[in-house]
Design a protein around this ligand. Structure first.
Ligand code: PLP
Length: 464
């Protein structure tokens, strides 16, 4: 990806611009507009991992030099994670636990908080399933509703907090993966704290774009969404929350003493990290934090704001395209629908004809997407019945384009031109067939990369 003039992107990611085959037989440079799902590696992260691989060894389990070095690097990553979560976390006595991803972190937290069926948790209808299902599995949360634009205000959160028993916790997203909306976190956290309610922030989408709110009691995020795609994530929170009781995972490394009928757990964070850790993932996450910190939030925010306007305004200007969610206060991300064209077909055509990668479907946020689409009760019931019969052809959804640190305005323009062509450019050059089981479309083509044998497995709209 070429960086030039005002369209300059701060960094280029590993694999940007790889040529990908299209159905006309031409290879085009890939435009990755699916960064909110997983971001490619920053070059410094990839290089750092390569440099570290020879030193890879056991962590906290060996006296050998390589073990000492691996342990040093692992703990350095932990310190970077703690600082990234807020400058005064260490003084506050917070602990950074290294996990696989945000999903694991939230399941971990729910277990550690010992949430009971009788407990009250307040969360919102905007959440990703990762910040919904771990709570709803153990209790019946009170939900903050959103308006038709997909947002809510501080007053709505306060009303939900005060609507009954005092909640054990308020769990909310730092930024929606569907609309890109960033709730007013600082005000919400302050209002919750005024009422004695601790706050968990799901920072999976926020972390690569904005500082994590230091006032949040607990936060979690994933390395693979912030340019460290090596399988590590973080859960940060007050040490006291992890000092008592059994940890989420039990096993080696989490104990001081074990007998056949007794166990003495060690202190956090080791207590929370049973088993051999993903040291490469942790090192990569630490390196990504160093890189983002070096680039600086002002550069990142400025770049984001430029792309956000270009993306959302460009799509909204196309007759027949509806951009979902609020018009202000979002990340460089846009979920949209095209009148009369199935979301899965739009995504398939963007990939097959234009070499553009986006996500489509319900984005693992069914309750929120149904609200943004404004679907009525009967439509929801009809498609649910069909899905339960194994037919996903009519599953509702949208297309999501998401940008990151190396996306250029030219990439956004390529998307907008392609969407314009899909909406107003006449029939597709090839026939697309929909698979009832996945709901996805596939072109009928013999072009390299698009034969029947290469048909993708799994579908983005099939799973949520
Ligand atoms: N929360 C939000 C807002 C997300 O966008 C995602 C993933 O897309 C998650 C949580 C889950 O992240 P992971 O799949 O890394 O566990």
């Amino acid at each position: 990806m070429t960086n030039s003039g005002s369209s300059e992107a701060p960094r280029v990611l590993v694999g940007d611009d790889l040529p990908v085959p299209c159905v006309d037989g031409i290879d085009r440079p890939y435009v990755n507009l699916d960064i909110a799902a997983s971001a490619s590696a920053l070059p410094a992260v990839a290089r750092g991992v390569e440099d570290f691989v020879p030193w890879y060894s056991s962590v906290h389990r060996g006296a050998g030099f390589k073990s000492r070095e691996a342990t040093r690097r692992y703990e350095a990553a932990r310190s970077a994670i703690a600082s990234f979560a807020g400058p005064d976390r260490a003084e506050r006595g917070d602990v950074a636990i290294i996990v696989r991803n945000t999903t694991e972190a939230i399941n971990h937290l729910v277990y550690r908080l010992r949430i009971e069926p009788t407990d009250t948790v307040v969360t919102t209808v905007v959440e990703h399933h990762a910040n919904l299902l771990p709570w709803t599995r153990v209790c019946r949360p009170r939900f903050v509703e959103c308006g038709t634009d997909g947002t809510f205000g501080v007053d709505d959160v306060v009303a939900a907090i005060e609507a009954g028993n005092k909640p054990r916790i308020l769990a909310l997203t730092g930024a929606s993966n569907v609309s890109g909306w960033m709730p007013p976190l600082d005000e919400i956290i302050a209002a919750a704290h005024d009422r004695g309610v601790p706050v968990f922030v799901d920072a999976a989408q926020l972390a690569p774009h904005r500082p994590i709110p230091a006032a949040a009691d607990f936060v979690a995020w994933s390395g693979h969404k912030m340019y460290a795609p090596y399988g590590a994530g973080a859960l940060v929170g007050p040490r006291r929350a992890f000092e008592e009781g059994d940890p989420f995972l039990v096993g080696g490394g989490a104990v001081d003493l074990v007998d056949l009928d007794a166990v003495y757990w060690t202190s956090p964070p080791d207590r929370e990290e049973a088993g051999s850790p993903n040291v490469i993932g942790a090192v990569a996450l630490g390196l990504a934090i160093d890189e983002l910190t070096a680039i600086g939030w002002s550069t990142i925010t400025e770049h984001d704001d430029l792309l956000t306007r270009r993306l959302r305004d460009g799509l909204a200007a196309i007759d027949g395209v509806q951009v979902l969610g609020p018009t202000q206060g979002t990340l460089p991300l846009a979920a949209f629908t095209v009148d009369g064209v199935h979301h899965a077909l739009v995504a398939a055509r963007l990939s097959a004809e234009f070499g553009i990668g986006v996500r489509h479907g319900c984005f693992c946020a069914h309750p929120y997407l149904l609200r943004l689409l404004g679907l009525d009760h009967d439509t929801v019931h009809a498609y649910r019945d069909a899905v339960l019969r194994g037919d996903r052809r009519d599953i509702p959804g949208a297309v999501r384009a998401s940008a990151g640190i190396s996306t250029t305005p030219a990439d956004v323009d390529r998307l907008i031109t392609a969407v314009e062509a899909i909406v107003h450019g006449g029939p597709a050059p090839v026939t697309y067939e929909q698979d009832a089981e996945t709901g996805d479309f596939w072109p009928r083509s013999d072009a390299p990369g698009w034969g029947d044998a290469e048909r993708s497995v799994g579908a983005s709209c099939a799973r949520g």
